[in-house]
Design a protein around this ligand. Structure first.
Ligand code: ATP
Ligand code: MG
Ligand code: MG
Ligand code: MG
Length: 483
């Protein structure tokens, strides 16, 4: 089954269960001061759970572009080093706003995975919330009783509050969840150790694929729980992980979701993915991941810049450029060359990228040219600094130096930290922040000479949605568009 078919089957399945299929919200979270990027399927529906606003249907399903590179969910450092966390990924989801509850959510999830996708039942595990006396929340007996006849007691895992209880915040809607995990190891490995023991243990072939959240409580300011008058379902399934499971691959990057871009990277670098050169493989994973995040962010109206969300995108792009430069010998702009492949691949599901492919490719190329201009010299300077440290009894790069690399060569601090880590060193983050603040104070005093270099951050964390450059290209994006 191709990734296109896998996505289509998900939407068709829930359409057949009377769900309205809606479009993904943009990656940039609109009108939500608490969120920089959309990082889950439910973000665009938050108001409905809070009782503000009426959903377009009581049953909704979609695939949502998510970005987990900031705040509570930040997977950036794992990306490329593991094979199942991405910066940008698709989260398939189905929702019930005060309509069906656990019984339907559980039986449909099982039906889809085992009858439509034909995942082997003996490779699936499910978790139920074990309860937390201290925090006043009970064991999820209802989910346990529903799962037991389906999977048998020995495939049920009791999960703690961290993994199996969802809360929107300190107060408000919350509830237990059931996660579904899949064991993709070889029969020999399975015989050696039961998959159950590897759930939530960071094993690359025993991974969480679907999270079913059951919102049934309201947490009050005094910490006590009230039952919610209307109970809701919120589910999220990692599309790339699902493709890995169905296509029987060992890594998300071995699926057809990534094979197109990896192929182009192989052609550009003359190296083969999986040929055994460790860091080259990491670099190809990083690049094929980051190009998605950066391209879709730009297509959603967020260009790389020195301000908050734009700076996050610039950092992701620079991280990828440096991996290509250091490990694949790519010293000319190359990220920009991946855009057409990506745009074609997603033309039917996220047409916003294809509609603006030239614009996106140009923005990326300009960024690459600017960064590549100083990257080589900066890396040389960093090598020198690291060499100097070797003779001293510190393993920390001073904040002033991190600042200099940032200011003169355009190295974001996290990039310096990443390179430092590869050499067993750390950076003085606090010292860097201090030097940065001093620089800002200086430029504020001398606004005329430095106005173009620093963009002042807004007073609050709120990131304005900058809007689409080409509104006509977005005619298809109407909230709750029927597809
Ligand atoms: P994990 O424990 O693997 O980090 P999670 O519990 O943080 O996942 P959820 O918030 O429950 O993830 O999101 C729902 C689903 O989205 C997960 O079951 C997983 O399949 C997928 N997912 C989460 N984070 C990522 C990511 N960074 N890249 C790809 N898929 C992800
Ligand atoms: Mg996570
Ligand atoms: Mg998890
Ligand atoms: Mg989870």
């Amino acid at each position: 089954m191709t990734s296109h078919e896998i996505r289509r089957h998900f939407l068709d399945f829930f359409r057949s269960k009377q769900h309205l299929i809606v479009a993904s919200a943009p990656l940039v979270a609109k009108n939500d001061p608490t969120l920089m990027f959309n990082n889950s399927g439910m973000a665009q529906f938050k108001d409905f759970f809070l009782g503000n606003g009426t959903p377009p249907s009581k049953r909704v399903a979609d695939t949502q572009k998510c970005l987990r590179v900031s705040g509570k969910h930040n997977d950036l450092e794992d990306v490329g080093f593991d094979t199942y966390h991405h910066t940008m990924f698709e989260m398939l989801g189905n929702w019930s706003f005060g309509d069906y509850f656990k019984k339907e959510a559980i039986t449909w999830a099982w039906e889809l995975l085992t009858e439509v996708y034909k995942l082997p039942k003996d490779r699936l595990y499910v978790s139920v919330f074990q309860g937390d006396e201290k925090d006043n929340v009970p064991f999820d007996q209802e989910a346990f009783d529903l799962w037991k006849p389906i999977v048998g007691e020995d495939r049920i895992i009791y999960g703690n509050k961290k993994d199996n209880f969802w809360e929107m915040g300190d107060t408000g809607p919350c509830g237990p969840c059931s996660e579904i995990h899949v064991d993709l190891r070889s029969p020999e490995e399975v015989a050696e150790k039961p998959g159950k023991d590897l759930v939530n243990a960071d094993h690359p072939q025993v991974v969480e694929i679907w999270n079913l959240v059951f919102m049934q409580f309201n947490r009050k300011a005094d910490g006590s729980l009230d039952p919610l008058p209307a109970r809701h379902v919120d589910t999220g399934m990692g599309f790339e992980r699902l493709c890995m499971a169905i296509q029987q691959k060992k890594s998300n990057y071995d699926t057809d979701v990534f094979s197109g871009t990896i192929h182009v990277i192989e052609e550009l670098s003359g190296l083969k993915y999986g040929a055994g050169t460790g860091m080259a493989d990491v670099a190809m994973r990083v690049i094929s991941d980051h190009i998605r995040a950066v391209s879709f962010a730009i297509a959603d109206g967020l260009v790389p810049s020195n301000s908050k969300a734009g700076y996050v995108i610039r950092r992701i792009l620079r991280r990828a450029i440096r991996y290509g430069y250091s490990y694949l010998n790519l010293t000319e702009p190359f990220m920009t060359k991946l855009v057409p492949t990506l745009a074609m691949q997603f033309a039917d599901v996220f047409p916003e990228l294809n509609a603006q492919r030239d614009f996106v490719a140009t923005v990326i190329r300009e960024e690459e040219i600017a960064f590549l201009r100083t990257l080589g010299t900066g890396l040389g300077r960093l090598d020198q600094i690291i060499g100097d440290l070797a003779g001293k009894d510190t393993k920390e790069i001073p904040g002033e130096t991190v600042f200099e690399l940032n200011d003169t060569f355009g190295f974001p601090a996290d990039l310096t930290a990443l390179i430092a880590r590869e050499k067993g060193l750390t950076i003085d983050e606090a010292g860097f922040q201090k030097a940065l603040q001093e620089q800002k104070a200086r430029s504020r005093k001398d606004a005329t000479s430095s106005a173009g270099d620093w963009i002042e951050l807004a007073e609050t964390d709120k990131v304005e949605f900058v809007g689409y450059d080409q509104p006509e290209a977005y005619a298809h994006i109407v909230k709750y568009r029927k597809i």
